[in-house]
Design a protein around this ligand. Structure first.
Ligand SMILES: [Zn+2]
Length: 369
């Protein structure tokens, strides 16, 4: 059901994303995740007449009256057809779709999920995201968020653009080689959406005091891989009750999550999410692991970076705009690029977690908003 239940007197139209078709003796109303199969053939014509009538702005009452008066449809059938249209998010307020608006296609996407597009867009424009890391994943997430209308982005990275970055950090060009990534990225974001405030910070985040010096934000994204960073960010974000999300790749697996919303979800420390050296081992194992891992160089690949960054950015938009449900809420997800296996680690809240147990659980979980 649409979040704004359709008032009898507010004019609506059939959403432009609604298509209908018949396959295997079933009428499908809408495609994608809103698809509704209608097997009852006596409903087909009333439903299609109603959809057709909503090609022009109509109120619920007008449409229902039309169906009964002009086509002799009984009240029960007319109501059933109307409920099908409404429950599939098929009807949207008349003003929602303005082709000339730069966000109009995204507005349809938000309506498709049952949200009020205008409110979603306003929430995004009022949001501030801090990105730690402006590399393959951070730069692609940044451009996705900036062009979607997120109001403020703080871009944190002390690295400079290198020639070997250009296979995946597509916003940089050969002429950017040697420039600070945070600054080159800010320049590109402003070119693409001048209404997005892009703030470069060309420094390392090495200690929690560095995090405290960053501006307050609605969400923090970690796509940098310096040792201990995720644990440090988690402690900072739980203490400041700031949402945060990790996005990365593990060789050829695109990984994102968990989306940590302190007080609502599990945190990075609620579960063991990554392999660690043994802590109480007296042999040389820990030292040998450190030695072997010391020369690790990630095989970073453009498409795998795109996969992780796009799914992570969609979750950031869902969280900030409050439409749909972020896929990485309470879980860490990996897409294995070689065979499309989906790997999921549950990150439910641990009531005994050293980091987040003291936060009072909110009465309403994020998933039920
Ligand atoms: Zn925790």
């Amino acid at each position: 059901m649409h979040s704004d239940a359709m008032h009898d007197e507010a004019p609506h139209i059939l959403a432009p994303y609604v298509r209908v078709g018949v396959q295997d003796a079933t009428l499908f109303l809408g495609f994608g995740s809103i698809r509704q199969p209608v097997r009852n053939r006596s409903l087909w014509e009333p439903l299609l007449r109603l959809a057709d009538h909503f090609l022009e702005p109509r109120t619920r009452r007008e449409a229902s009256d039309h169906l009964r008066a002009s086509h002799g449809v009984d009240a029960t059938t007319a109501e059933a057809a109307m409920l099908l249209l409404e429950s599939g998010n098929c009807l949207i307020p008349t003003h929602t779709y303005d082709r000339a608006d730069r966000y109009s296609r995204h507005a349809l996407f938000y309506e498709l999920s049952g949200a009020d597009a205008e409110r979603v867009q306003r929430r995004l424009s009022e949001s501030h995201v801090v990105l730690l890391g402006c590399g393959g994943i951070g730069s692609l997430m940044a451009v996705t968020l900036a062009t979607a209308g997120v109001g403020e982005l703080t871009l944190v990275d002390s690295d400079h653009v290198e020639l070997s970055n250009l296979t995946r950090q597509f916003l940089f060009t050969e002429s950017d080689v040697g420039l600070p990534k945070a600054e080159a990225l800010s320049r590109e974001l402003r070119r693409r959406n001048p209404s997005c405030g892009a703030h470069p910070v060309a420094h390392d985040v090495a200690a929690s005091t560095d995090l405290e010096h960053l501006p307050e934000s609605d969400l923090l994204v970690v796509s940098a891989d310096s040792p201990g960073l995720t644990k440090m960010v988690n402690a900072h974000c739980v203490a400041s009750e700031t949402a945060w999300l990790n996005a990365c790749y593990v060789n050829d697996i695109a990984v994102w999550g968990p989306l940590v919303v302190p007080g609502f979800t599990g945190c990075w420390d609620c579960r063991t999410l990554t392999a660690r050296p043994p802590e109480d081992d007296e042999s040389d194992v820990a030292a040998l692991i450190a030695r072997v891992n010391g020369r690790y160089q990630a095989p970073s690949n453009g498409p795998v970076n795109m996969l992780a960054s796009s799914l992570a950015a969609l979750d950031v938009l869902r969280h900030l705009g409050r439409f749909g449900t972020p896929a990485s809420l309470n879980r860490r997800v990996g897409v294995w690029s070689h065979d499309l296996t989906l790997d999921q680690q549950s990150v439910q809240r641990d009531p005994a977690c050293d980091t987040c147990a003291s936060l009072i659980p909110s009465p309403q979980s994020e998933g039920s908003r």
